[in-house]
Design a binder for this molecule. Structure first.
Ligand code: FAD
Length: 411
C-alpha cells in the first residue's frame, strides 16, 4: 500500500488551501449571524473549478478521480472558515450532481452538469419529508404518470440549499400506498397498483425550481451551518417531464442506495480539514497561553486532549481515504462509507468540544470562531442518515437481521 500523496495531489492541496484562505470566508461572521448564503463566494468556488471537481471534463468539470476529489475537499475544509459554504458545495455535488453522474441519461448530463459546474444552477437533494426522515421507504410524495410527464404532489423538508436551488433530486412514490405507521421502514404492502416490494415503489427525478407547481415555501433557522440555507419545497401538481426521470421507474430506492455511499463519505472529507484546523489552533493556544507560570499545554490534561484530537484526525483520514480509493477502483464501499459517516462526523463533534475546552472562555464566546465551529459540527451526526441509523445499517451489513426493519426474519 502506498499512503503517499502524488506530487499532483500535493500541489492541488496547496493550491486549494491558498485559494480558500485568500478568497473565501471574508464575511463569515456576519453571514452566519444573518443566516445568509455567501453568493459571491459560491461564484468564486465555481470560477476556481470546485463545483466540477469530480465531474468529467466532457461535462464541464475538472475530472478528478474520487480519491483526489476527497483530498481537494479536505483542503477546502481546512482553508475555508465558512463551513456552511463547504456544506453547500457538498450538497450540490453529493446530493445532486452525483445522481446525474452515476445514473443520468446522456441528455440529462449534457444539459445540467455544465451549468452546475459553472455555478449557474445550484443543486439540492429533496428527500426528507415531515413524516419521513430516517424512514425513506415511508415517504409520501407521489409522482403519477400522465402522458410524457409525471405529476408530483407532496412536501419536502430540511432541504439544504433549498431556498437558492435551481435543480432538485427528488425521490417520490410511483406505486403503492405509503406504508402505515408501524415499525420503521415497515413498507406494509398497500395492495394498490404498482404494489410489489416497497423498495420498488420509489422513483428518482430531477426537478427544476422554475416548473409551475414547484414552490420553495419556507426557510428553517438552524443552530449551525447557517450559511447553507435550508428550506421546504412543495409540489402541487408539478408536471415534471418524463425525460427527467433518473434511471427507470421504480428504481429510485436502488439508485438512492447506490449513491448514498458517496454522500456518506465524500460529504465528510471537509471535516478532516476542519479537524486539522482545530488541532493546529489548540496546539498554538496551549503553547502560548500561560497559567500557573507555564504554558497550559504542559498540563497533562490539556496535552492529552490535544493528543486525542490528533488520533481522531488520523483515523478519520484513513477511513475516508480508503473510501476514496475504493471508489477510484470502482468498488462497492457501503460498509466503509457507513463506518466513515459515523466516525468522522462524531469525531468532529468531539474535536470541536475539545477545542472549546482547551480555549476556556475564548472557546465559548462569539468572535473567537470556536463556538461557531462547535455549532457547525453538531449537524454531521444527523444529516445523510443519523448515527443511530448508520449503526443499524452496519449491524445489518454484519448479518444482524431486523435491526432497522424490526422484522428479525428480514422479510
Ligand atoms: C444540517 C442538516 C442538513 C440536512 N439536509 C438535508 C437535505 O439536504 N435534504 C434532505 O432531504 N434532508 C436533509 N436533512 C434531514 C436529515 O436527512 C434528517 O434529519 C435525518 O435523516 C433524520 O430524519 P429526522 O430528522 O426526521 O429524524 P427521525 O427520523 O424522526 O429520527 C429521530 C430520532 O430517532 C432515531 N431513529 C429513527 N429511526 C431509527 C431506527 N430505525 N433505529 C434507531 N434510531 C432511529 C434517529 O436516530 C433520531 O435520533 C438535513 C438535516 C440536517 C440536520
Amino acid at each position: 500500500m502506498d499512503f503517499d500523496l502524488t506530487p499532483e495531489q500535493r500541489g492541488l492541496r496547496r493550491e486549494t488551501i491558498a485559494f480558500a484562505q485568500a478568497e473565501l470566508g471574508a464575511g463569515t461572521e456576519e453571514d452566519d449571524r444573518a443566516s445568509r448564503f455567501p453568493a459571491a463566494d459560491w461564484a468564486r468556488c465555481a470560477e476556481h473549478g470546485v463545483l466540477g471537481w469530480p465531474v468529467p471534463v466532457r461535462y464541464g468539470g475538472r475530472g478528478l478521480d474520487p480519491l483526489t476529489t476527497m483530498i481537494a475537499l479536505e483542503a477546502l475544509g481546512y482553508g475555508c472558515r465558512d463551513n456552511g459554504l463547504v456544506f453547500a458545495v457538498n450538497n450540490h455535488l453529493w446530493g445532486c450532481a452525483i445522481y446525474l453522474l452515476l445514473h443520468g441519461t446522456q441528455e440529462q448530463k449534457t444539459r445540467y452538469l455544465k451549468p452546475m459546474c459553472d455555478g449557474e444552477l445550484v443543486g439540492a437533494h429533496a428527500l426528507s419529508e415531515p413524516d419521513a426522515g430516517s424512514d425513506v421507504l415511508g415517504l409520501r410524495t407521489t409522482a403519477e404518470r400522465d402522458g410524457d410527464h409525471y405529476v408530483l404532489n407532496g412536501t419536502k423538508w430540511f432541504v439544504s440549499n433549498g431556498p437558492v436551488a435551481d435543480v432538485f433530486v427528488v425521490l417520490a412514490r410511483t406505486g403503492g400506498d405509503a406504508p402505515g405507521d408501524g415499525a420503521p421502514g415497515d413498507g406494509a404492502p398497500g395492495g394498490a397498483p404498482g404494489g410489489g416490494r416497497p423498495q420498488d415503489r420509489l422513483s428518482a427525478f430531477l426537478v427544476t425550481a422554475d416548473l409551475p407547481g414547484v414552490r420553495r415555501t419556507r426557510e428553517f433557522t438552524k443552530l449551525g451551518l447557517r450559511t447553507t440555507p435550508m428550506g421546504a419545497v412543495e409540489f402541487d401538481g408539478a408536471r415534471v417531464p418524463a425525460a427527467n426521470l433518473i434511471g427507470r421507474e421504480g428504481a429510485g430506492y436502488a439508485i438512492f442506495n447506490a449513491t448514498i455511499e458517496w454522500e456518506r463519505a465524500f460529504m465528510f472529507a471537509g471535516h478532516l480539514g476542519v479537524m486539522e484546523r482545530l488541532l493546529e489552533g489548540a496546539v498554538a493556544h496551549a503553547s502560548s497561553r500561560r497559567q500557573f507560570g507555564r504554558p497550559i499545554g504542559g498540563f497533562q490534561a490539556v496535552a492529552h486532549e490535544i493528543a486525542d484530537m490528533k488520533i481522531r484526525l488520523e483515523l478519520a483520514r484513513l477511513i475516508l481515504y480508503r473510501v476514496g480509493w475504493l471508489k477510484r477502483e470502482r468498488r462497492l464501499a457501503l460498509q466503509d462509507a457507513t463506518i466513515a459517516k459515523i466516525f468522522v462526523s462524531e469525531s468532529l463533534v468531539q474535536t470541536a468540544m475539545a477545542a472549546v475546552r482547551v480555549h476556556g472562555a475564548r472557546g465559548y464566546l462569539e468572535g473567537f470562531e470556536l463556538e461557531r465551529e462547535l455549532r457547525d459540527a453538531l449537524g454531521g451526526p444527523i444529516f445523510a442518515g443519523t448515527s443511530a441509523v448508520q449503526r443499524g445499517i452496519l449491524a445489518e451489513l454484519l448479518g444482524l437481521r431486523g435491526v432497522l426493519s424490526g422484522d428479525p426474519e428480514g422479510r
